[in-house]
Design a protein around this ligand. Structure first.
Ligand code: UDP
Ligand code: MG
Length: 325
């Protein structure tokens, strides 16, 4: 096997506080891999600036000028982690034999990248980085995540617990992934659908090196809800079930109200009436909400909007120069 060209894709949004350190550490990692003959010397780092409002892009450009291993992609606006990542992967695809995605904050252990490549050499098309412990996450984040994975499993979604977006993919696996054209991207749900042989590599997730999380509670909930409704119709079935249940309950309540009415206790009839109105009304609203969520998804998919727009591409220009040399 020829030494594979590796591209490490790093989505960055307002990461000026950590980026310099991240770049220099990743350069060291790739240099080691080159030295150990695990990857080609043409391997690259690709930093995707997801419409940052700080100095992120300037930092990336400065590093691109200094070191030919470093390349950058500037997106025209903020499209979110998942879309920024797919922008990087799509750009890297033609040139690379394998790609690794990793967050910019160095929470994932870069030392297991070597193990990723060993697994690749052994024939794995996909290598998942899995967090062994989540001790550095807050109690809240840890437990909500646990609940999320359990819940997803129950509603029939294939997710790899404690795996985020730190993974290696071979060219053929990536090419399959890129065929999924959906606008609502949830990569950690899609990648297992691609198939091929895969391995898990365990590591400890660290504290964010600097800067702050771009996933506050509100975004986390939205992300979880998106994941759920993008891959499963279980929520909608649950509502159907609730609807059925409410009809049964209303019939009972109705029967009770009629009896009370006949006995001349109209006040109690009034009570059950009010309760059932509220109960059924609530269920209906909930049902409409969930149906609306799916319709909203269909609406977004039907429009087939592009997932991102590229403003500056320093990856492809660099690769082209290289080929002309
Ligand atoms: N990110 C991005 N676009 C966004 C939000 C985040 O590209 O709109 C990047 C961010 O720079 C980081 C990665 O996605 O490299 C994960 O974000 P973060 O570390 O804030 O999430 P957490 O680890 O707290 O879940
Ligand atoms: Mg992080």
């Amino acid at each position: 096997m020829n030494k594979p060209i590796l591209t490490i894709v790093v989505p960055c949004y307002n990461e000026e506080a950590v980026l310099k350190e991240t770049i220099s550490q990743l350069i060291m990692v790739v240099n080691d891999l080159i030295e150990e003959a695990l990857v080609s010397k043409n391997s690259k780092l690709l930093f995707v600036d997801d419409g940052s409002k700080d100095q992120t892009w300037n930092l990336i450009e400065a590093e691109c000028d200094k070191n030919r291993m470093v390349t950058g992609l500037k997106l025209a606006g903020n499209v979110g982690h998942q879309n920024a990542l797919i922008a990087g992967l799509e750009t890297a695809n033609n040139y690379s034999d394998c790609v690794i995605s990793i967050d910019a904050d160095l929470q994932d252990d870069i030392h297991v990248i070597k193990t990723f490549l060993e697994k690749y050499w052994e024939g794995s098309d996909i290598v998942y980085g899995v967090r062994e412990s989540r001790e550095t996450d807050t109690f809240f984040k840890r437990n909500t995540a646990l609940f999320f994975y359990r819940f997803m499993e129950r509603i029939g979604m294939k997710l790899i617990p404690n795996h985020a977006d730190f993974r290696l993919m071979s060219k053929r696996a990536l090419e399959e992934l890129l065929k999924y054209k959906e606008t609502n991207l949830f990569l950690r749900g899609l990648v297992p659908l691609v198939g091929f042989s895969s391995t898990k590599v365990y590591y400890d997730r660290k504290e964010r090196l600097a800067g702050e999380s771009k996933y506050p509670l509100k975004k986390m909930l939205a992300f979880a809800f998106d994941g759920m409704t993008s891959f499963s119709v279980a929520p909608i079935r649950f509502v159907t079930f609730l609807g059925f249940l409410s009809v049964v309950i209303s019939a009972l309540v109705g029967g009770y109200a009629i009896v009370q009415e006949l006995l001349g206790h109209t006040e109690s009839g009034w009570t059950s009436l009010v309760i059932s109105i509220w109960f059924v009304g609530g269920l209906q609203l909930m049902g409409i909400g969930i149906i609306g969520e799916y319709i909203g998804k269909i609406y977004r998919e039907v429009k087939q909007r592009p997932r991102y727009a590229i403003e500056v591409d320093r990856f492809s220009t660099l690769v082209k120069e290289k080929q002309e040399e």
